[in-house]
Ligand binder design. Structure first.
Ligand code: BGP
Length: 472
């Protein structure tokens, strides 16, 4: 649809940006924090450990002051489970509780709304040893953790996100360093979707609890949603795209919003002898958890083609959060020839952002907040302390233009929190894959000064916010 004029961004639009605890904080094994699965995983080749990251743990005041200078209305960050509960359950680390109190208070000092993700890829290692999400007790572990967070912070934190990119944990867990497969497992699909089921129930219970415990509390999921295109208008490719949309996207949102399994996903699980076991009360719990909004991460679209059961000549490429390789009889991931890619090989598709927002809204009719969107790139600090990241500005501008188009299409948009507020460690490609508005002076292995510098995108975003999106 071509609009003759565009609607403005709503006047209370939430401009901000995102980080996650294990990628930004550092202090990963100090100040009473227990290890998480991220701290004990085998590091991807040529990437640094998580002991320092951006040193946000020690420099959050300086960082939040810079966010305030950009004009942030909201800061999306996550709480590290093993910083609050070093063993995942039981003993509380008061220093960890105090740390997040300080971060929250610092945000509020500048009228920045804290938007807190409860779980961002960092299962406590002690719970990993007890089976992680494969253990049915994981539901209650998570609910107890949520309860502790609501008790400690619910007086000031009114906006919550449950599980970051649960769909990616399920689809590409190994690349993110989170998948736990028990020894002797004979049906991996069944195992993974049983874990997924536990997360879904845990999320639903945590959403219901938020409404009970947090006065005025609002809560939503934060999956990675990308509309999946058919590679051609061949009907088989269209069926493959519907399959992939179901397994990648709608499973998670149908469950969060309606509390039921998507029928195509259920059929896929039946095919694989992998339907999850429901514990008594699960069906009801899934129905009872209701989100107030939908948070979602978007980096690009995805394209797939038919993958017939008798097709034995397929070379599947590697998977990551943005590109899943495929599943015989269901779909096969392929490249979209119409899209350019980033330096790290991720396709760039601003218009796919608009179609994704339209599709989510027309399916669920809840307000949307973008919880991640951004460009990973190598940045250079010049001798006079500048970072000329025009490529990032261009990426973000093109995506924001699509947000405004979606608003004009009638999509209810609450806010935009790109990834990331500040440079931080990527999931598997090190800190040199930078996303931030704020540059952190360190290399992969040389910690340098850790000083902060404002990138060109910092000043650009400051103006976008000050003009409420009029100047992009
Ligand atoms: C999302 C994650 C983030 C973040 C981002 C960029 O999948 O929620 O934690 O890291 O992707 O990905 P990467 O770090 O792999 O470049």
């Amino acid at each position: 649809m071509y609009h003759k004029s565009l609607k403005p961004f709503p006047k209370d639009f939430l401009w901000g940006a995102s980080t996650s605890a294990y990628q930004v904080e550092g202090a990963s094994l100090t100040h009473g924090k227990g290890p998480s699965c991220q701290d004990v995983k085998e590091l991807p080749p040529n990437t640094s450990g998580l002991e320092v990251c951006a040193d946000h743990y020690h420099r959050y005041k300086e960082d939040i002051a810079l966010m305030a200078e950009m004009g942030f209305k909201v800061y999306r960050f996550s709480i590290s489970w093993s910083r609050l509960l070093p063993e995942g359950t039981g003993r509380i680390n008061q220093e960890g509780v105090d740390y997040y109190n300080n971060v929250i208070d610092e945000c509020l000092k500048y009228d920045i709304i804290p938007l807190v993700t409860m779980f961002h890829f960092d299962m406590p290692a002690a719970l990993d040893e007890r089976g992680s999400w494969s253990n049915p007790d994981s539901v209650e572990w998570f609910v107890d953790f949520a309860k502790l967070m609501y008790e400690c912070y619910g007086d000031r934190v009114k906006n919550w996100l449950t599980i970051n990119e649960q769909n990616m944990l399920t689809l590409v867990g190994p690349i993110i360093g989170t998948l736990h497969i028990p020894k002797g497992c004979t049906n991996k699909v069944k195992e993974i979707y049983q874990q997924n089921h536990h997360m879904l129930v845990a999320q639903a219970k945590a959403m219901a609890l938020c409404h009970q415990m947090v006065d005025g509390g609002k809560v939503g999921p934060a999956p990675n949603i990308s509309l999946v295109y058919p590679a051609s208008c061949k009907p088989e490719d269209v069926i493959a795209s519907q399959n992939t949309n179901a397994i990648r996207n709608w499973l998670y949102l149908d469950m969060s919003v309606f509390g039921v399994y998507n029928n195509l996903v259920w059929a896929y699980l039946e095919e694989n002898d992998a339907t999850p076991t429901f514990a008594p009360g699960d069906a009801e719990a899934l129905k009872n958890g209701k989100p107030d909004f939908i948070g979602f991460n978007y980096y690009n679209s995805m394209t797939v083609e038919d993958y017939a059961l008798d097709d034995d000549n397929v070379h599947l490429s590697d998977s990551n959060q943005q590109h899943q390789r495929g599943d015989k009889g269901f779909y096969k991931g392929t490249r979209n020839p119409h899209l350019p890619t980033t330096e790290f090989g991720w396709e760039i598709d601003p218009m796919g952002f608009r179609s994704t927002m339209r599709e989510i809204y027309s399916r669920y009719r809840l307000p949307l907040i973008v919880t991640e969107n951004g460009l990973g790139a190598y940045d250079t600090l010049t001798e006079d302390g500048k970072i000329h990241d025009s490529y990032r500005i261009e990426y973000l501008r093109k995506h924001l233009e699509q947000v405004q188009l979606a608003i004009t299409d009638g999509v209810e948009m609450m806010g935009y929190c790109p990834w990331s507020a500040i440079d931080l460690v990527s999931t598997h490609e090190g800190i040199v894959k930078r996303y931030g508005f704020i540059y952190v002076d360190r290399d992969e292995f040389n910690l340098k000064t850790l000083n902060r510098y404002r990138k060109d995108s910092f000043y650009w975003y400051q103006e976008v916010i000050a003009s409420n999106g009029k100047k992009m």
